[in-house]
Design a protein around this ligand. Structure first.
Ligand code: URA
Length: 215
């Protein structure tokens, strides 16, 4: 299965997922969107009211601001993958619960493994906690840490900046660092690993020249 098919397959699984109770109140699951060759993946918290209606991530007020942040940083929304730690709306926009995060992590991990983004940007405390553990966003926002050749950058959630205008400039400046970060990371995190696997496959005794997806 190539990376497009794998992403589509995951989206189909997510749309009918019943791994946690959030499916009971969802209108549409929100798997995420963006190209399978995206070099940057943004991970937010969970769908809100409009996302639940449309099945697309970040289409409400926070999404409009995210669009602005991307534009300011000269990063096109069409080139990045945007998703959330939970794919179905927590009722009333409450925080996702531990069992919901755990149930949905399977899909997030599969998306990361498929896309192999060079940079993951966490938006908000739940995605930040997945990669940074128990830290304070005020201390690490805009900074990157490298994990297996991939940069993980924690940013304030765009909705937080909408509620606290003092944060607006901070988040704008943090986003502006993205092009520079992109210049300093490999094309695709984990690419070398894939090349090695391909070579091993070619060298095996079958001699059938297996066609494998290139990233
Ligand atoms: N906030 C999020 O964290 N994700 C969305 O998709 C929309 C708003």
């Amino acid at each position: 299965m190539n990376t497009d098919d794998r992403l589509n397959d995951l989206a189909t699984q997510i749309s009918v997922c019943v791994r946690c109770d959030l499916h009971k109140s969802r209108i549409k699951a929100v798997p995420g969107e963006g190209p399978s060759n995206a070099r940057i993946m943004f991970i937010g918290e969970g769908p809100g009211f409009y996302e639940n209606q449309q099945g697309r991530p970040f289409v409400g007020a926070a999404g409009k601001f995210l669009d602005e942040l991307l534009q300011n940083a000269s990063v096109s929304r069409e080139q990045v993958f945007i998703t959330n730690v939970v794919k179905c709306r927590p009722p009333g926009n409450r925080d996702p619960q531990e069992e919901e995060l755990q149930a949905c992590d399977f899909y997030l991990e599969a998306q990361i493994e498929t896309i192999k983004p060079s940079i993951i940007v966490t938006l908000g405390r739940f995605s930040m906690a997945k990669f940074f553990g128990n830290v304070k966003i005020s201390q690490i926002h805009g900074q990157a840490k490298t994990v297996n050749g991939r940069l993980i950058v924690a940013m304030f959630h765009p909705a937080a900046a909408l509620h606290q205008p003092a944060l607006k400039n901070t988040i704008i400046e943090d986003f502006k660092k993205l092009p520079q970060y992109l210049q300093n990371v490999p094309d695709k995190a984990g690419k070398e690993e894939i090349n090695i696997k391909i070579e091993e496959k070619k060298a095996d005794s079958s001699g059938k020249g297996t066609q494998l997806p290139l990233f």
